[in-house]
Design a protein around this ligand. Structure first.
Ligand code: TA6
Length: 275
């Protein structure tokens, strides 16, 4: 489905995974979607904004990397458009829901309901993501992330600011822990890092100029990933050279798993602003 916003802005979301595959602002594509992405529901879509739940990566009981939310068919529960007001620009939003099923409970024995609202306004894409524990009495714990693939003019000139001083786990270096010393994190090769307790505002730059702001709430960590050429070649749903024009910066709850008590709800958000 398409969200036709103001200015003009438009986004395309598949019910499969409630997966945002496109966000155009002023006709400029802000997200990366592989030309080889599978869009037939046969596997997770390579690009856009996959939802990782109930686990990030292999950090949980499931064999399925990043869990089952991104390969489940969601429902649309609400949509609305808000006219421009004195203090706010006009916007359009759609809410998607995913509830536990017999199948999901075979994989992850919990009764849950997720609400995922995508709101489009001029130069801004905002996501709110709630997880409600419908268990009678059992709490549950999950990890997750909004695994956003940003389109970048060139990985050679891309950078991420806001990470200096943080500790990160580097999957490109045997999962060892390091401290980030750079104010601008550049991507000179394969990068796969989970930064713990990252600031709620991060920026993607191009040749030093800020181009995208990422603001997150209750998603404490940030993942920076570019597969580089060797890994790209191993992925059937990614072109060998496509790593040159994409960068994943992912807001996630990874190093501090989220526990939701029965009857309670966890709420998070991510706001992307095209600068
Ligand atoms: O977010 C980075 C990461 O966890 C990488 O380790 C890599 O596995 C990537 O996600 C893509 O995972 P996927 O299952 O979509 O191929």
């Amino acid at each position: 489905m398409f969200l036709e916003g103001p200015n003009p802005a438009r986004a395309q979301v598949y019910l499969f995974g409630a997966h945002i595959v496109s966000w155009e602002d002023n006709k400029e594509q802000q997200l990366f979607l592989s030309s080889k992405a599978k869009l037939d529901g046969s596997k997770a879509i390579r690009g856009g904004i996959p939802i990782c739940f109930p686990q990030f990566g292999n950090q949980g009981p499931l064999k399925k990397n990043h869990g089952f939310a991104r390969t489940s068919v969601w429902d649309v529960s609400d949509s609305k458009s808000s006219p421009q007001t004195q203090n706010d620009s006009s916007s359009v939003s759609v809410t998607f829901t995913l509830g536990s099923t017999h199948t999901s409970q075979q994989l992850w024995p919990n009764d849950f309901l997720m609400e995922y609202t995508v709101t489009l306004s001029p130069s801004v894409l905002r996501i709110t993501w709630g997880v409600y524990n419908r268990n009678v009495s059992e709490s549950f714990t999950f990890t997750g992330a909004l695994h956003t693939y940003f389109a970048v003019p060139s990985i050679a000139s891309a950078g991420v600011t806001g990470l200096q001083g943080l500790t990160y786990v580097d999957k490109a270096r045997e999962g060892k822990e390091f401290k980030e010393t750079k104010d601008v994190v550049c991507i000179p090769a394969f990068v796969d890092r989970v930064y713990a307790s990252a600031p709620d505002s991060l920026t993607i730059t191009d040749t030093g100029t800020a181009r995208m702001r990422i603001e997150k709430q209750h998603l404490g960590d940030a993942v920076v990933w570019n597969p580089w050429i060797d890994n790209a070649r191993k992925m059937s749903d990614m072109g060998d050279e496509e790593y040159l024009n994409m960068l994943c910066v992912e807001a996630g709850a990874i190093t501090a798993p989220v526990t939701v008590h029965a009857g309670q709800k966890w709420q998070s958000s991510m706001t992307l602003s095209k600068l």
